[in-house]
Ligand binder design. Sequence first.
Ligand code: C2E
Ligand code: SIN
Ligand code: SIN
Ligand code: SIN
Ligand code: FE
Ligand code: FE
Length: 322
Amino acid sequence: MDSSGDDKPLLRYQVPLDDAPSLKAILAKGLPRVVNNLVTFDKGTHEHTRRIGRQGYAASYTMPIFHAGEFVGFLFFNSYETDVFSEDTLNNLDVYGHLIALMIINELSTLKVMGAALKTTSSITHLRDPETGSHLDRMSRYSRLIAESLAVKYDLDDAYIEYIFMFSPLHDIGKVSIPDSILLKPGPLSDEERAIMNTHARTGREMVDDIASNFGFDSIDDIDVLKNIAEYHHEAVNGSGYPSGKHHNEIPLEARIVAVADVFDALTSRRPYKDAWNNEKAFDMLKQLSGTKLDADCVDALIENKQKIELIQQQFKETIYG
Ligand code: C2E
Ligand code: SIN
Ligand code: SIN
Ligand code: SIN
Ligand code: FE
Ligand code: FE
C-alpha cells in the first residue's frame, strides 16, 4: 500500500533491516518515532530515505506494527509541514494506525493459513513423488529468476513475483492421483500410461479449486496464479501441449514461466526414467524448445542468469535420494 504522490511507489526494492539503523532502533524499542523536522532525510544514503526528502516531506511519524508479539511491518505517516505531529494529532493518528494495522494483519493471516495449507498439501504430495524437496527449492527459485528478469518488460509487480515463488513448487500436486506403477516407472511410458500421467495437470487444478473453496480462499484473486500453474504448466506455445492445447499468450504467463523452470530442473536432475544432464546440454535443449514448446522470452530470461543458476544449484544440491 502506498500514497506516494507524484513519485512512483518503490518497486522491486529491498533493504535488509540491518542496513536501516533508524528503523532498527524503532523496532528495538517497539515504540513509534516522530521526526518533526526532516532536513536530515535529504542526506540519507538509501533510496527510501532520499525520496522522502525529494518529495518535500517535512515531518514523519513511524509506527511499528506488531501482532501476537511478532513484528509485522512499519506504517509511515509523512507531512509536507514541519512540527505537525503534536500530541493531539498523534492520538488521532494512532486510532487510524491501529485500524490500518488490523486490516493488514487480517490479510496477512489469511495468506499465512493459505501458505500452511499449501505446504501441507505439498509435503503429502511429495511423499510419493520422485521429485525431491531440493527440486522444488530450485525450480521455485528458477521461476522467480525468470519473473524478475521479465518484470520490466511485462510490468510485473512484487506481489506477482512472490506468488510465482510461493506457488511454483505446487505445479505437480495433481501427481498424487497417479499410480506408483506409472509415477515411479524406471523406463519410458506406454501411450496408455502417458495418457494417465497427463491427467495430473487437470487433477492439480481441481485440487487447488477444492482447497481454495474449503479454506475460503476463493476471495484471494491471486490464487488464480496457482490454479494456472497447476493446470497449464505443460502447455506448449505451438499448441502441442496439454491439457488444453493453448497457444502463446493464451497460456497464462505464470504457467509459461514455470514450464521453463520445470523442464530445466527435470533435465538437470536424475529421474527414475533418466540421468541428470549438465547445464550446457540443458541450455541447448531449452534453446531447441524455445518458440515451439517453451516461451522464448522465458527461456532467454533463464539462460541470461547462468551464474545465479549455479548459485542455486550449489545451495540446493541433489542428495543421494535423488
Ligand atoms: P518431470 O519429470 O517433472 O518432467 C517435467 C517436464 O520436463 C516433462 O514434461 C518434459 O517436458 C521435460 N523433460 C523431462 N525429461 C526430459 C527429457 O529427457 N527430454 C526432454 N526433451 N524433456 C524432458 P512431460 O513430458 O509432460 O512429463 C510430465 C511428467 O511425466 C514428468 O515430470 C514425469 O513425471 C512423467 N514422465 C515423462 N516421461 C516419462 C518417462 O519416460 N518415464 C516415466 N516413468 N515418467 C515420465
Ligand atoms: C515440499 O514442498 O514438499 C516441502 C518443501 C521443500 O522441501 O521444498
Ligand atoms: C502483474 O501485473 O504483476 C501480473 C498480474 C497479477 O498481479 O496477477
Ligand atoms: C510441454 O511439454 O508442453 C512444454 C514443456 C513442459 O512444460 O513440459
Ligand atoms: Fe507436471
Ligand atoms: Fe516438476
